[in-house]
Each structure stands twice: as structure tokens, then as C-alpha cells.
Design a protein around this ligand. Structure first.
Ligand code: ACO
Length: 428
């Protein structure tokens, strides 16, 4: 086994090099504190692996993303969302029998308890859909109580996983219907995952939902492209929270909250808000690029840059095609989309972006497609959460299946006061 040597004071430590199946390498420092009373400090975890995982492989330099070894391009084009969810969670594509049984579980667990409908009434109309989603997902644990206990069984996990994947979609659609004051629409057993969501969102007694294959295909691809992305902020949150042995609902709720932030899943909403702002204030593309480069300005080009991808985000490349197809088919006349295209062209030719390897990420195009589908802007991150759920569940399961399960508990370097003593109020 390869080793790295660390020399510190009178310690010479041999640190094993761990290799992944794609030849990525890591220095194993798990004995560092015991042997040399040292910890490592890595703000923002820019060089730290938090686990070993066999779920998703990313090569950010080459723009590669694979789920369980299968390229994302193949899955987005050929697979259904439920097949991909199964692949992520259970490790292989389902055979016919497994697919039927998984689909059945999704259908049988698609409705939410009628009493939970009252919860929606408690939210003000201005409530952000991500806040509603996180609350309702956690609330599922109150109604569906077969959650993780010490005598946790595989069948219980299968049921909760399917219940979450299916019900998150129902919750999202119901919260939209509630926000526009329309009666909610029950899921249908004859529709596939993405189509069923669109039906629950857009069907109404006076305006029946008319399915469109191009849009349904694009939504299915969007969900698949979001389904996992290894140890990102929200997935790491699911693992960290789940490592305390709390149930899956609570762990996913925490992950949804982490996803909400604008530097993460919330960027898709920020992209559209940025484009609206550019339009409203008549900013030129040149002005935007200059502000994004100006370190004194708070303006960032949302939907650009990624911690891992130093090349085109492969998901953005696929979505760009879907975006263009829908744009052409429906002959959309939307000035925001034109601004987005111009912005992308200018940024990808600008030295600042080229030098820093900043390319459009998945959020740049996903927001534009959601907008064309008719999803309201404040629900974009909810769409991300629906897509990401199978990945979060798969990562939670992988962690729980690993032996021994270690609670996540990082160290710190303390920089506060050294010992001092309490001074009574009247002496301060
Ligand atoms: N606009 C302008 N400059 C940028 C941008 C951007 N969108 N992104 C990065 N930079 C610059 C930084 O200012 C920094 O410049 P410097 O080296 O001169 O200081 C350099 O590029 C490196 O950027 P970091 O912020 O250090 O990169 P990091 O890996 O920490 O952050 C992140 C990645 C958060 C995605 C960042 O690129 C960003 O804020 N992008 C916009 C938000 C966004 O689109 N987030 C969605 C990411 S995808 C996802 O989570 C699903």
C-alpha cells in the first residue's frame, strides 16, 4: 500500500493512501490525533473526504457524472425517474419484477394523510414553498411512524423510502394549489412520476391539464439530473444529521433546509431573479459581467461556477438542449431567456470566467426550463429537492449500512479567550 510521510516535531507518521475505483487518492489521517495529537483544518472542506461511497462518481475536470457507474447522459435520455431512484438506492437498475414492486410502492404511498391537509391552512400565502416542504416532510414522521428504530428492518426502510419519494411530490403540488387558492388534485395511479406531478400541479376542474410529451420528458430528465451529486452541502447535512441515528424524515428535512440556500439549490431561483433584475433596470450584458467581476460589488453571476466542475457541468449541457427544444417547439417569446443566452455567451468568452474555469452550472438552465413549464419561481428549489431526494436517501442508507456507524463530529481550533473569570454585573 502506498504511504505518505508526515514529519512533525519528533513524530514521523506513515499515513496510508486510500484509492478509489477510479484511482482517486486520499491520505488516511484517521490515526493522526491519536498518534501526534494533531487534527487537520480545512475550511469549507475543500480537501476533505467525509466518507467512502459507491453511489456517484464525479470528475469535475473532465465534466463526468455517473450514478452507480452509469453515465448521466444515458440515464437522462433512456431511464425513468423511478428506475434512477431505485438504481441509486439499491445499487443496480431494477429488473422487471423489482421495477413493478417499486412502482407499486410509490403509487400506494402517494397520498398524504387527509389530516395533514389542515397544516397547509396554517401557512400564510406568502410562505416560501421550501419552508412548507421542510415542515411537511418532518411532519410525515408524525403520521407514518414506522421509522428508524433499533430493530429497523429492511422492509421498513423500503416503505419509508418509497413513501418519501412519492409523498414529497404530492406535498409540493398541494402547497402550490394552496398558494393559488385552488382545490388540491389527488395523484393518479396510471401516470408516471413526472407526469403525475405536472397533473397535480396544473389540472383543475375548469382547466384540465393537457399533457405534452416534450415537457414531461424534460421534467423527467431534470429530476434525473438532480438525483444525486455525492457529498454536496445538503447531502452531507443528511449524512451528518442521520449519523446521530435520528429517523430518515428528520434527516431529509435537514437536507432540504441546507438545499434552500442561494449558494446551493436556491441558486436556480436566484438565476431568474437576477435575469428579472437585469431586465427591470435595463442593465447591459457588459455591465452585468463587469459587476460579477468587481470584488467590491455584491453581484455574482448566479448559475455560474461550481466547487467540483472546472469544465462545463455535464448536467447543464444536457439541459441546454432540452431548453432549446422546448423554446423552439412552443415558440416562446420571453426576453428573460434571451438575456440568459446572451449572458452565457458573454461570460464564457470573458477572461475572468475562463481563468477561474467558471461555466454555467445545472441551476442556470433548470430555472429557465421550470419557467417555460409554468412552475412559479419560488418553487424552483422545491423541484431540486424532489429530484435530489433519491440521492439523499441512498446516501443515508449507505451510511447506515456501513459498520461501524460513526456519529459525525468534527473538531475545531479554538481561537477565543484563554481562561478568565466571571465579573459580577455591578463591577463591569
Ligand atoms: N460569479 C462571479 N465570480 C465567481 C462566481 C460567480 N458565479 N463563482 C465563483 N466566482 C469567483 C470567486 O469570486 C473567486 O474569485 P477569486 O479567485 O478572484 O477570489 C473564484 O471564482 C472561485 O470561487 P469560489 O467562491 O472560491 O468557489 P467555491 O468553489 O467556493 O464556490 C460556488 C462555488 C458557491 C458554486 C460559486 O461558484 C458561486 O457562488 N456560484 C454562484 C451560485 C450558484 O450558482 N450556486 C449553485 C451551484 S450548483 C449547486 O449547488 C447545485
Amino acid at each position: 500500500m502506498e504511504k505518505a510521510t508526515l514529519t512533525y516535531q519528533n513524530h514521523v507518521l506513515e499515513l496510508p493512501i486510500i484509492k478509489g475505483t477510479e484511482d482517486e487518492k486520499a491520505i488516511d489521517i484517521s490515526n493522526l490525533r491519536k498518534s501526534a495529537n494533531l487534527i487537520t483544518l480545512d475550511l469549507g472542506f475543500q480537501n476533505t473526504g467525509s466518507c467512502m461511497s459507491s453511489i456517484t462518481y464525479i470528475d469535475g475536470e473532465k465534466g463526468i457524472l455517473r450514478y452507480r457507474g452509469i453515465p448521466i447522459e444515458e440515464l437522462a435520455e433512456k431511464a425513468s425517474f423511478s428506475e434512477v431512484a431505485y438504481l441509486l438506492i439499491y445499487g443496480n437498475l431494477p429488473n422487471k419484477k423489482e421495477q413493478e414492486s417499486f412502482s407499486r410502492r410509490l403509487t400506494q404511498n402517494s397520498m398524504i394523510h387527509e389530516e395533514m391537509l389542515r397544516f397547509f391552512d396554517g401557512f400564510p400565502p406568502t410562505a416560501h414553498p421550501m419552508a412548507i416542504l421542510a415542515t411537511m416532510v418532518n411532519a410525515l414522521s408524525v403520521y407514518y411512524t414506522d421509522y428508524y428504530t433499533e430493530d429497523f428492518q429492511a422492509e421498513t426502510f423500503d416503505l419509508i423510502a418509497a413513501s418519501l419519494i412519492s409523498r414529497i411530490r404530492t406535498i409540493a403540488a398541494y402547497s402550490y394549489k394552496h398558494s393559488i387558492g385552488e382545490p388540491h388534485v389527488y395523484p393518479r395511479r396510471d401516470l408516471q412520476y413526472a407526469s403525475n406531478f405536472l397533473y397535480m400541479m396544473f389540472d383543475s376542474p375548469v382547466n384540465p391539464y393537457v399533457p405534452d410529451s416534450e415537457i414531461e420528458k424534460a421534467l423527467c430528465a431534470l429530476l434525473i439530473l438532480h438525483a444525486d451529486h455525492e457529498q454536496n452541502c445538503s447531502t452531507s447535512t443528511v449524512r451528518l444529521v442521520g449519523s446521530s441515528m435520528v429517523n430518515l424524515y428528520a434527516s431529509i428535512c435537514a437536507g432540504i433546509c441546507a438545499l434552500w440556500g442561494p449558494l446551493h439549490g436556491g441558486a436556480n431561483q436566484k438565476v431568474i431573479e437576477m435575469l428579472e433584475n437585469i431586465k427591470k433596470n435595463n442593465f447591459t450584458i457588459k455591465q452585468c459581467i463587469e459587476s460579477a467581476k468587481d470584488k467590491n460589488s455584491k453581484f455574482r453571476l448566479f448559475g455560474f461556477g461550481h466547487r467540483l466542475y472546472r469544465n462545463y457541468d455535464p448536467r447543464a449541457l444536457i439541459l441546454k438542449k432540452y431548453c432549446q427544444n422546448i423554446f423552439k417547439k412552443f415558440n416562446y417569446d420571453d426576453s428573460l431567456i434571451n438575456i440568459a443566452m446572451e449572458l452565457e455567451e458573454a461570460a464564457t468568452k470573458d477572461d475572468y470566467f475562463i481563468e477561474r474555469k467558471l461555466y454555467p452550472n445545472v441551476d442556470f438552465y433548470s430555472g429557465i426550463i421550470y419557467r417555460m413549464i409554468g412552475i412559479p419561481t419560488n418553487m424552483f428549489t422545491v423541484m431540486f429537492a424532489i429530484g435530489r431526494l433519491p440521492g439523499m436517501i441512498a446516501q443515508w442508507k449507505e451510511m447506515h449500512d456501513s459498520v461501524p456507524l460513526k456519529i459525525g463530529r468534527p473538531y475545531q481550533i479554538y481561537t477565543g479567550n484563554t481562561l478568565r473569570h466571571y465579573v459580577p454585573l455591578n463591577e463591569r
